[in-house]
Design a protein around this ligand. Sequence first.
Ligand code: BG6
Length: 499
Amino acid sequence: MDPTTFILFGATGDLAKRKIYPALYNLFIDQKLPQSFALIGLGRREMNDESFKASVEQSIHNFSRREANNAALIRDFLRAFRYSVLDISRKEDYKKLLHLIEQREEELHVSPNRLFYLSVGPEFFETIAANIQESGLGSENGWKRLVIEKPFGRDLQSARDLNRKLAQAFAEHEIFRIDHYLGKPMVQKLEILQQNPVLNALWTNHYIANVQITANETVGVEDRAGYYDHVGAVRDMFQNHMLQLLMMLTSHLPKNSNFEMVRFKKKKVMEALEPLQKEEVSASVIRGQYKAGIVQGKPVIGYTSEPGIAPTSMNDTFIAARLQIDDYFWRGVPFYIRTGKRMNEKSTRIVIEFKERLDASQGTTDGKAPNLLVFEISPNEGITLQLNTRDPQHKGGYKSIQLDFHESQEDIPEAYENLIYDALHGNPTFFAHRDEVELSWKWVQPILGAFEENLVPLHLYEAGYYGSSETDALLAKDGYHWWFDAKPEQQIEPLLSMP
Ligand code: BG6
């Protein structure tokens, strides 16, 4: 791996502490950082190198997936860290930064390969990129990369504007737009799994009845009212994470696809997604907001009673949608996607329901057991294939068996480890390309409009459920139901023991 200077904007922020430092530490333990690696943390706050290192160490203790109990190892790791104060809008500060970087590169005798990581609010993205460009921080004698966090725009126009501005400072191959769902190990496995000949043969509308993609969260708005109340579930989760899951699942990658092919195929999916008209949104999209209820045994308040949220807020904390991909493989297969806060459980999963379910006359236990393929993405990782077979107990009858694979949780790298590793390598496979971002905003745009104009009713749902009853009706209209929704009062059972 090339020697790298990692320049982190927002070094004292929450994301850096919770995700970036622990990810770097685990990469360090696994010897997955470049041999010659320097990190320069940037923030508004005055701090010297030693207190910066101490705060990084603290974050590793708090958030690393592996226990940080080897003092010598931690010391080694922290040797790479330096801190500098930077006011994002002051041009002189970038000159000072350039000087500091060059000094470090000289000390380490390395070429100027610079990775700029923007872990700051989106209002600063353009200013930073422009200042990097103007100050000459992107040296011509090495490579430069820009890693950028979400949110990437708040609608199609702002995403286009941002892309255009970034393109003035960085080429597309130098921009790594983070969607942390693409870093989740199971999502990364989807790329290879769908190239598997068995799955590949089944990956069409001949065999698949419907697909359900769910991201349930138990948390509410937390302390992010200022941000969340302006974005809602549609911008916070749906436009990015959920549509990325859809693309990763349906892109029909040929064997040995490289990153260009992955991006090309994902773009094709977005282009084939049947567009919605603003006036029709309410027929296929459910907008929800949580009210007070009980989540995993604990009473919680409703969204509009949360601190910082106006009692009249119409913001969506839940969204479910029915989508169709109009291409050769997927025509006629409904895709149901839902995500929401204050649900009954934390779970991200994809369920593929196959056609030709057995019916009651054939003696199945519940009268309608289809074959299912389930990808558990988080918090647990696993794949389950539910197959119908003869039931030896009931002659002539059938029962479902599950073939199960579950990854041991301890060995699973965090999404940020995978993504930072790839960015250090310059591998863009699991980052969102400009076209994907714009196409997904374009698809979502009529929904934003319909929500704004209140063309879609806002359904209140009790916290601790899976959204309102209208969400069930969305599938019931097509003769389906959501799989694996546990009853709220039930203990959440592992997938295996579910019907
Ligand atoms: C973030 C959203 O992108 O993803 C949060 O801003 C959400 O609102 C989070 O809670 C969910 O991520 P995960 O990995 O916990 O499913």
